[in-house]
Design a protein around this ligand. Structure first.
Ligand code: SDX
Length: 432
């Protein structure tokens, strides 16, 4: 094959051969550019679930599913979780490089000073029933930000995009904490500028006006690390939703609200809530074999929540850090024998040695241990996906900016394989 040919992929369809360009990335699979396929062949590609489709080019996050590798702007997630902090990771995702001390100070000050919500937005919360799922509140209130911050909705103005990006990263913890407080009937707690991002969030969630609350540095560090682990993850379902919404020119607040709505599903961000409910349903290690049997039964819709991943066919690197964080939090809280953790660790051991899971390369994902950790920290299960959305907001915002700034970006508009009725004439009701 000549050097030129190496850049082309030949496709033989219906007796004709067509050539398509091959684009190489920095690392990972190359892509066959099929954007001219329909023009050349009159045919579409077909890839429901997008298992073999690259929707964009990106320099933000790289995942190697076989190796179990996750890089943010080239830095391994394990190193960012161990050596960095969430605000620094936000800067990295948004700007492409780790900040200097001065850059980090400016960024952190800007985020801290944008954590307050327009006072009138409090009324949105009071429109919900107290037992509303906090994710319903998140979708509604985040979307409503576009009704208050008109000065940062012009997506063609880089300065407005920067302001909207910082507002979203800064205000999402405040909105999440308010959703929690509203659900338990406690007064909202204002953010404090003397606390770091994670401590501020925990303070807004767990402090009450009647007494001072000192946030545990260990729990704050664990919260910060959990935010890092959830910050971004390539073109997952909710990120793809944000990109598709953004491709129409919708404002950033509406796009992030769309991402939150998508993340809510139990196959995606809702899995941490579902995983904890599953562990509670299993109840004891004695019941594990029955549930593993059900997970393997094609006729049973039950799946092991927190297991499996579209990309990772190896251990999710975030799950390892999550497991370590889980043990640290339980240790800090003096929880010696958490029955849910016992079930989780035994379930993991059984599943990792079961031929069904081995053959299908189903490993624990980030959602497997996060639920136990968050429950131990005092969050109700309904808040688990809210915390995922809080952390993922910076990833969505970074991906949205990259999409808007991409000169090749056009409105996303997939086609279909039509399997409905051929053309037919209307039938009067008297003749039906
Ligand atoms: C997240 O994309 C991302 O990056 C997402 C995420 C992020 O950071 O944004 O990483 C966050 O969403 C993690 C995933 C959380 N979801 C869960 O834990 C829910 C349980 N997992 C599954 O529903 C499933 O594994 C998915 C949805 C995660 C992945 O689904 P795929 O890639 O479409 O795989 P599949 O459904 O085609 O399953 C392949 C096979 C099937 O068996 P066969 O039809 O081939 O016989 O594996 C089986 C499935 O039945 N299978 C499972 C299973 N997951 C897949 N069997 C039992 N238990 C499971 N959990």
């Amino acid at each position: 094959m000549s050097a030129n040919d190496a850049k082309l992929a030949g496709l033989n369809s219906l007796g004709k051969t067509y050539d398509f360009g091959i684009n190489e990335g920095t690392v990972g699979p190359s892509v066959i550019d099929v954007s001219s396929l329909y023009a050349q062949t009159g045919q579409f590609t077909y890839d429901p679930g997008f298992t073999s489709t690259a929707s964009c080019q990106s320099s933000i996050t790289y995942i190697d599913g076989e190796e179990g590798t996750l890089l943010h702007r080239g830095y391994p997630i394990e190193q960012l979780a161990e050596k960095g902090n969430f605000v620094e990771t936000c800067y990295l995702l948004l700007n492409g490089e780790l900040p200097s001390r001065k850059e980090l100070e400016e960024f952190e000050t800007a985020i801290t000073r944008h954590t307050m919500l327009h006072e009138q937005m409090n009324r949105f919360f009071h429109g919900f029933r107290r037992d509303a799922h906090p994710m319903a509140i998140m979708v509604g209130v985040v979307g409503a930000l576009s009704a208050f911050y008109h000065d940062s909705t012009d997506i063609n103005d880089p300065e407005q995009r920067k302001i909207a990006s910082r507002r979203l990263v800064a205000k999402i913890p405040t909105i999440a904490a308010m959703a929690y407080k509203y659900s338990i009937g406690q007064p909202f707690v204002y953010p404090r500028n003397d606390l770091d991002y994670a401590s501020n969030f925990l303070h807004m969630c767990f402090s009450v006006p009647c007494e001072e609350m000192n946030v545990s540095p260990t729990l704050a560090r664990a919260m910060d690390r959990i935010f890092i682990l959830h910050a971004d993850h390539e073109q997952n379902a909710s990120t793809s939703t944000v990109r598709l919404a953004g491709s129409s020119g919708a404002n950033p607040f509406a796009c992030i609200a769309a991402g939150i709505a998508c993340l809510w599903g139990p196959s995606h961000g809702g899995a941490n809530e579902a995983a904890l409910e599953m562990l509670s349903e299993i109840g004891s290690v004695d019941n594990i074999p029955e549930f593993v049997k059900r997970a393997k039964d094609k006729d049973d819709p039950f799946r092991l929540m927190g297991f499996g991943h579209r990309v990772y066919k190896n251990y999710d690197p975030r799950a390892r850090v999550m497991q370590q964080t889980c043990h640290e939090v339980l240790g800090e809280l003096g929880i010696k024998d958490d029955p849910l953790l016992d079930v989780a660790m035994e379930l993991e051991k059984i599943a990792l040695n079961d031929e069904y899971f081995v053959e299908k390369k189903l490993y624990p994902n980030i959602d497997f241990y996060s639920g136990i950790t968050l429950k131990a920290m005092g969050f109700p299960t309904t808040m688990f996906t809210v915390l995922f959305a809080l952390a993922r907001t910076v990833g969505w915002v970074a991906q949205w900016n990259e999409m808007v700034e991409d000169p090749s970006q056009r409105i996303g508009r997939p086609r279909q394989l039509y399997i409905g009725s051929p053309k037919r004439d209307y039938i009067d009701i008297a003749k039906r």
